[in-house]
Design a protein around this ligand. Structure first.
Ligand code: NAD
Ligand code: ADE
Length: 414
């Protein structure tokens, strides 16, 4: 079998520079790595990962290698791979199967390839690897010590596997660590989504009407950062509590069909399907821009867009113009895939530092608790979350207070 498949090994030097740049901004992960380097806690352990192949993922892969693991890596989206990073990782001994622009078939073949490596531990972003192992490659899944899941959509899919009695190994929901979702989903996606929209379009955000669908952790971050750039932001929701929160955070809230008539830019962040569909597209203004930051490219119904259009053309790198039969033009960014990873570089290293420190610690936890965990979805231990937060604060030179003995006693009284 092939040892790797990437676009061009000649890009490795460029990738190494990017990895070093990311590493400089990921002090927590580097510190954890160095603290266990000599011990090689993953010696003899095979790890298969399906993650966006970015410079930050590269720093995680370097960490697993430094801890002695044999590492297999496939992309968690056909368009999010940074080819130079993929090449550099191959040169550093990682089995990478990823290149930007792979077809859907190649994408699933690559995931199958890392699953068939018979891993002891798995990391996934979105659940495609977990679903393949637990539904199809059950013999291999039975040998997996445990897994970790990076994103909200992946955790939802894993909980469905657990409910159906199909989950064959324990999984840590890394997404649900506070030091993950409160920073990565909110500030990471908030900044990188705006970055993706701007790199793709170079439009002025000030004064535009931006519609954000979903006011979860991702939606909150996007709404906050769009407002920060001067956009007038409308939020759409289906959950009354989150809708109320958006109202009290100062956003306009209305159904998508009403927002569709006034929006200049639409960003979906719900983890749900068909959030923008035919009836909404029919109501939109000429020139409206459509982007998605949810995990899968199902939030904007692209079939509906295709059926309404009489022609389409790519007008800039990540911008496709759909000319509708009535003459209006709608602009779809990044083919409706995660705009922050396709049109930009994903979250900045500083937030991935916490997400991937949680991933690395989750793998050690699974190994240390081998044989003691049920095939269930587990939350990240609170002590791990606090460890990551403390290390991050320390790396930023920020100190906090400690409880006095009297305060501790006071807080534990009835
Ligand atoms: P979340 O569960 O916190 O929020 C989702 C919100 O969407 C909820 O409030 C829900 O009520 C709302 N929603 C559901 N259907 C809707 C609809 N039809 N219209 C309007 N709102 C609707 O989830 P999250 O952590 O914010 O993640 C959202 C998505 O983003 C997931 O797919 C997740 O995997 C993905 N994600 C992407 C990135 C990235 O880098 N682009 C990073 C983190 C998470
Ligand atoms: N998801 C969002 N941003 C990311 C990044 N920079 N690297 C890996 N996965 C990501």
């Amino acid at each position: 079998m092939e040892d790797y498949k990437v676009k061009d090994l000649g890009l490795a030097e460029e990738g190494r520079i990017q990895l070093d740049w990311a590493e400089m901004h990921m002090p927590v992960l580097v510190r954890l790595r160095e603290s266990r380097r000599g011990e090689e806690p993953l010696k003899g352990v095979k790890v298969s990962a399906v993650l966006h192949v970015t410079k930050e993922t590269g720093v995680l892969m370097r960490t697993l290698k430094a801890w002695g693991a044999e590492v297999y890596l496939a992309a968690s989206n056909p368009l999010s791979t940074q080819d130079s990073v993929a090449a550099a990782l191959v040169e550093e001994g990682v089995h990478v199967y990823a290149w930007r622009g792979m077809s859907t078939e190649e994408y699933f073949q690559a995931i199958r390839r890392v699953a068939e490596a018979r891993p002891d531990l798995v990391i996934d972003d979105g659940g495609d690897l977990h679903v393949l192992l637990n539904r199809e490659l059950k013999d291999i899944a039975k040998g997996v010590i445990g897994g970790a899941e990076e994103t909200t959509t992946g955790v939802i899919r894993l909980k469905a596997l657990e409910r159906e009695g199909e989950l064959l190994y324990p999984v840590i929901a890394v997404n649900n660590a506070m030091t993950k979702f409160m920073f990565d989903n909110r500030y990471g996606t908030g900044q990188s989504t705006v970055d993706g929209i701007l790199r793709a379009t170079n439009i002025l955000l000030a004064g535009k009407v931006a519609v954000v669908a979903g006011y979860g952790w991702v939606g909150r971050g996007i709404a906050l950062r769009l407002r920060g750039m001067g956009a007038r932001v409308i939020v759409t929701e289906v959950d009354p509590i989150r809708a109320l929160e958006a109202v009290m955070d100062g956003f306009d809230v209305m159904p998508m069909i009403e927002a569709a008539r006034v929006g200049d830019i639409f960003v979906t962040a719900t983890g749900n399907r068909d959030v923008i569909r035919k009836e909404h597209m029919e109501a939109m203004k000429d020139g409206a821009i459509l982007a998605n930051s949810g995990h899968f490219n199902v939030e904007i119904n692209i079939n509906d867009l295709e059926s309404l259009a009489e022609s389409k053309r790519v007008i800039r790198g990540s911008v496709t113009e759909y000319r509708l039969k009535d003459g209006r033009r709608l602009y779809l960014l990044a083919e409706g895939r995660l705009v922050n990873l396709v049109a930009a570089e994903g979250h900045p290293s500083e937030v991935m530092d916490m997400s991937f420190s949680n991933q690395a610690l989750a793998l050690l936890y699974l190994l240390e608790n081998r044989g003691k965990l049920e095939p269930r979805v587990y939350e990240v231990p609170r002590s791990q979350d606090e460890q990551v937060a403390r290390l991050k604060l320390e790396s930023m030179g920020i100190r906090i207070d400690e409880l006095t003995d009297e305060q501790r006693r006071y807080l534990s009284q009835a």
